[in-house]
Ligand binder design. Sequence first.
Ligand code: GLN
Length: 318
Amino acid sequence: MTQVMEKSRLEEAVAQAHAENKALPGGANASYIPYLASVPSDLFGVAAVTTGGEVFTAGDAKFEFAIESISKVFTMALAMEQVGADTFRKKIGADPTGEAFNSVIALELHGDRPLSPLVNAGAIATTSLVAAKDKEDRYQQILGIQSAFAGRPLSMSQDVNGSEQSTNFHNRALAWLMQSAGAMYSEPMEAVDVYTRQCSTLITAVDLAVMGATLASGGVNPLTGKRVVQTQNVAPILAEMMMEGLYTASGDWAYTVGLPGKSGVGGGILAVAPGKMAIAAFSPPLDPVGNSVRAQAAVADVARALALNPFGPAPAPR
Ligand code: GLN
């Protein structure tokens, strides 16, 4: 297949996934974080970025939204770079919880120790694991790796952060439970503060696709050419995304799409096709699990149109 045909196929897949899912009904903005409830629900953007650095977009792909839980992937990468994948797995865990992303029960069932870096408890423990001299340093390192993944300097939304810092009592409870089990690696409330800030970074669907394409290309950002993570850490990161990236819908996602993915309550979804590309979409209304309704459909449609499932063709989910 020539490069030109490949390009038009990609362009068409992204445009079609946007057009076909634009009017997809269902879901509701996250309401437990006041700011997120106020984002216009009809926003919808799709982007794909290849490992060669080609960018394809449709709809509101340049609208800035809160990264939220997708930040967990990049803080995991940072901590893994510092302590190594093996120590990381021993301290944070690697298995799906089978429970909601903010579950207390999942902790209680496992001696108050986290199981996975991609749900709130394990993600807060991961933030605490980052080697830092103080709170500001911890946050700047995390913002730094997010920016390196995106290939541009990202920044925090004061509105999102303010909204979330004043309502994040549930996450504080998770941190104290983990502290009781010796599973926190910095002062617990410092870690929750920084975790909340890392969730408040503003990104676009294009940024998110570049971040994913960096994982797709073995840890090198395809736009800047800079190495962001060691290649040996990419496989465990993608494995975690495959198992827990869409919370209790991760199994459904693997069954129908077959690609490592990650969602956030800001409405973003990312999927990575190793060696090929990343697909990202954004739309605020979420299903009951906490995954964007339109973004899931759009990313799944692009993946299907381009036959990206490494396991072979899978049945359409609807
Ligand atoms: N900041 C959010 C929280 O901690 C992130 C959750 C998510 O995106 N699923 O609740």
